[in-house]
Design a protein around this ligand. Structure first.
Ligand code: AMP
Ligand code: MG
Length: 409
């Protein structure tokens, strides 16, 4: 058996960052920016009012209350050319409207009273620049708005829109093939015949791959037949940047993925990792396509996706080295997380909740590698080093794979 870290390093050393493409900004959420974006416009583009109120000369409001003549109105979007605030005058102004010439402060509407005869009473004295928003206060002309290597979020899309950057240079999405292997597997809803099992791995893996920003190529179910597996993998290598297979990498007589990969790949390595679940794992490059031979047991398949395939796909899509893995956090065991010594690190499926500033974890249920429903109830993997596990109240690290929730009361 080899440590997980060795398998991870082996795989990460063999996957390459994909090429850079230009994309519509709005289609680039989750992608990694390949070149910095420099602001060709300032934001805000012009000096404007932060409040609904009156544009005034601050000196005129000394000794407030004072009364001023209202000489105009500026709404958001209005051109301020020709609007001027002279001595003893005010201009009605709305939030976001450009500042009129002559004004050096805004008095918010709450501090004013409209009077007869086109006049306004100002209740409190204004200081210079009160409620001014200056051009470029958000983004100055020439600023690097978003740096290379940034993973674009929903907020970044707005930031880029604010400077009119309609296209960005990003690392492209990986095209990832997903296939299941196993003579026992069936697709669809027809009643099962004896010995048959519905394929679940491909459905979870496809959803994972899509959620992780890749393009999915659904390669379906493949029989435990050497030629069929070889044809599927060779076919995938023509059109995919990476391939995830599940099943066929253990010690069984019909574990054909392992056999086929050792023929098709010059660097195929079959690993027995010192972890539970997900001990068996095969990896090899076919042409230039990395193939992740994930184990068939549903929980094992998804755990090895999390620990090995997902960081690799993220590396391919340009994520920096410190942004390949899920967050690993210190937590407290809210109940026993017991195990037995076997020379392996266990990744227990747990429910992690936030309680008074700390993360409390409890087992999600049975820890068999076929118990996928339990994993469905979990939102984290507790990392249990070799030994007897952790008692209630003990410290435990967790890999947070889902949403952290508040502790149910
Ligand atoms: P294998 O790794 O092919 O020996 O499969 C290990 C176990 O996982 C067996 O019980 C298989 O029936 C099961 N299995 C393999 N592939 C899948 C799949 N795609 N969906 C659900 N279970 C699977
Ligand atoms: Mg099998």
């Amino acid at each position: 058996m080899i440590p997980l870290e060795e398998a991870r390093a082996h795989v990460l050393a063999r996957v390459q960052r994909l090429d850079t493409v230009e994309r519509e900004t709005d289609a680039a959420r989750g992608l990694v920016l390949a070149e910095p974006v420099v602001a060709a416009e300032p934001v805000p583009p012009f000096d404007n009012s932060a409040m609904d109120g009156y544009a005034v000369r601050a000196a005129d409001t000394e000794g407030a209350p004072v009364e001023l003549d209202v000489v105009g109105t500026l709404a958001a979007g209005a051109d301020p050319a020709g609007v001027h605030v002279g001595a003893g005058q005010a201009v009605r102004i709305m939030t976001g409207a450009a500042l009129p010439e002559g004004a050096d402060a805004i008095v918010m509407v709450e501090a004013t009273t409209v009077l007869d005869g086109g006049r306004v009473r100002i209740a409190t004295a204004a200081a210079r620049e009160d409620h001014f928003r200056r051009a470029g206060e958000d983004i100055a002309l020439g600023d690097v708005v978003v740096g290379a290597g940034t993973v674009l979020t929903a907020v970044h899309l707005g930031v880029l829109a604010s400077i009119g950057a309609a296209k960005v240079s990003v690392v492209r999405r990986a095209r990832v093939g997903v296939l299941s292997t196993g003579d026992e597997l069936v697709e669809g809803t027809a009643p099962l015949r004896p010995g048959q099992l519905r394929d679940s791995n491909r459905h979870s893996l496809i959803a994972h791959v899509a959620a992780d920003g890749c393009k999915v190529v659904d390669l379906g179910l493949v029989r435990d037949d050497r030629d069929a597996v070889a044809a599927a993998i060779t076919g995938a290598s023509m059109s995919c940047d990476a391939l995830l297979t599940s099943g066929g990498v253990s010690m069984g007589d019909y574990d054909e993925v392992k056999a086929v990969l050792s023929e098709l790949s010059d660097d195929m390595r079959w690993m027995q990792m010192a972890i539970r679940p997900a001990k068996p794992f095969a990896f090899g490059t076919v042409g230039t396509m990395p193939v992740f031979g994930l184990p068939g047991n549903p929980v094992s398949s998804l755990v090895s996706y999390e620990l090995l395939a997902r960081p690799s796909l993220r590396k391919m899509m340009g994520h920096p080295d410190d942004d390949l893995d899920r967050p690993r956090l210190a937590a407290v065991a809210g109940g026993p997380l017991l195990r037995w010594p076997d020379g392996k690190v266990h990744f227990a499926r747990v429910v992690a909740c936030v309680d008074g500033g700390q993360i409390v974890v409890r087992s999600a249920g049975g820890q068999g590698s076929h118990q996928l429903a339990v994993m469905g109830a979990a939102n984290a993997l507790a990392v249990l080093p070799d030994g007897d596990g952790v008692d209630t109240g003990g410290a435990v690290d967790v890999i947070v794979t889902g949403e952290l929730r508040p502790l149910p009361r």
